[in-house]
Design a protein around this ligand. Structure first.
Ligand code: NAD
Ligand code: ZN
Length: 247
C-alpha cells in the first residue's frame, strides 16, 4: 500500500485544484471480477484479444467472436461497481473530480453514480449493425442462447465497442482530449497504457501542465515518463484511503 505521505499529497492537490480528471482502464474493474487483458486472467487466456476483439476478426467470423462476446456480456451483466468506482463518483459529488474518461466498456462508473463519463471505447450495453447502423439495447436482442444476435436487416450485430482496428468515436476523442488538456490533475487508474490512442491521454495532460498521478499495483511505461506521483496499490484500496483522508 502506498505511503500515507504520498496519498496526503494527492489529497492536498485534489482539494487545492478542484480540477481533476480520471482516466481508467481495465484494472479498475478487476476487483469487480472483470478480467483485464494483461496478466494471468481466465478469459483472455482462452481468447486472443487481437483476434476476438478486432474488427477484422469480427468481419471474418462474427459467430466465432460472439462466443467470446457472450462470455464478456455475462461477466459485465453480473459485475457490480467496487470501492474504486464508488470513490470516483464520490469525488465528483464533492466537486473534486470533473469527469472520468474510461477505456472500459462495462458501464460500472455510471452504475456507481459518476455523472460525467467519457466512454472512449464505447460500451457493451448497446449493439449496432455494421451494415445499416441501426442500434439496439443488448438485452433486447442478445439471449445468451449461443446464437449471434441479428439486426432487422439480417446482419449479425456488433457490440457498440471500439474493437482493435476501429477508430475512436469522434465526440469521445474530442471530449477526452479537451478534458486532458484542461485538467490540473490526471488520475491514471488501472491502465497499462498500451492501447493507442488512449495511451496518449496522459501525455496530452502532462504537456498541458497537469500533475499525473498513477494508481496501479505494477509500474507501466508511464511511471518513468509522464507520471509525477506513482501510488502502487489496488484501485479500491487507494480510493478508499483517499476518501478516508478527505473526510
Ligand atoms: P490492461 O489489461 O492492458 O491493463 C490493466 C492494468 O491494470 C495493468 O497495468 C494492471 O497492472 C492494472 N491492474 C490490475 N489490477 C488492478 C487493480 N486492482 N487496481 C489498479 N490497477 C490494476 O488494460 P487497459 O490498459 O485498460 O487496456 C485494455 C483494453 O481492453 C482497454 O481498451 C479496455 O477497453 C479493454 N478492456 C475493458 C475491460 C472492461 O471494460 N472492464 C476489460 C478488459 C479489457
Ligand atoms: Zn442492419
Amino acid at each position: 500500500m502506498a505511503a500515507d505521505d504520498q496519498l496526503a499529497k494527492v489529497c492536498k492537490l485534489l482539494v487545492e485544484c478542484g480540477n481533476a480528471v480520471a482516466l481508467t482502464g481495465a484494472g479498475i474493474s478487476v476487483e469487480s471480477d472483470i478480467p483485464a487483458f494483461r496478466g494471468s486472467q481466465g478469459l483472455w487466456e482462452k481468447y486472443d484479444p487481437m483476434e476476438y476483439a478486432s474488427i477484422g476478426g469480427f468481419v471474418r467470423g462474427p459467430e466465432k467472436c460472439w462466443q467470446m462476446l457472450s462470455e464478456l456480456l455475462v461477466i459485465c451483466e453480473k459485475a457490480l461497481p467496487n470501492a474504486a468506482h464508488y470513490g470516483l463518483a464520490k469525488l465528483e459529488s464533492m466537486g473534486l473530480l470533473r469527469s472520468v474518461i474510461t477505456q472500459n466498456v462495462d458501464c460500472l462508473h455510471q452504475a456507481a453514480g459518476s455523472l460525467l463519463v467519457v466512454e472512449y471505447h464505447g460500451n457493451m450495453k448497446e449493439l449496432v449493425c455494421i451494415s445499416c447502423w441501426k442500434s439496439y439495447l443488448s438485452n433486447e436482442r442478445w439471449k445468451n442462447d449461443g446464437i449471434a444476435p441479428r439486426c432487422d436487416c439480417g446482419e449479425i450485430l456488433k457490440p457498440n465497442i471500439v474493437m482493435f482496428g476501429e477508430p475512436i468515436p469522434w465526440l469521445a476523442r474530442e471530449c477526452a482530449e479537451e478534458e486532458a488538456r484542461s485538467c490540473a490533475v490526471l488520475l491514471v487508474i488501472g491502465t497499462s497504457a498500451q492501447v493507442a490512442p488512449a495511451c496518449d491521454i496522459p501525455r496530452i495532460a502532462d504537456e498541458s501542465g497537469a500533475v499525473i498521478v498513477e494508481i496501479n499495483p505494477e509500474t507501466t511505461w508511464l511511471t518513468e515518463t509522464v507520471t509525477d506521483i506513482y501510488i502502487p496499490g489496488m484501485a479500491s484500496d487507494v480510493l478508499r484511503k483517499v476518501l478516508e483522508m478527505l473526510n
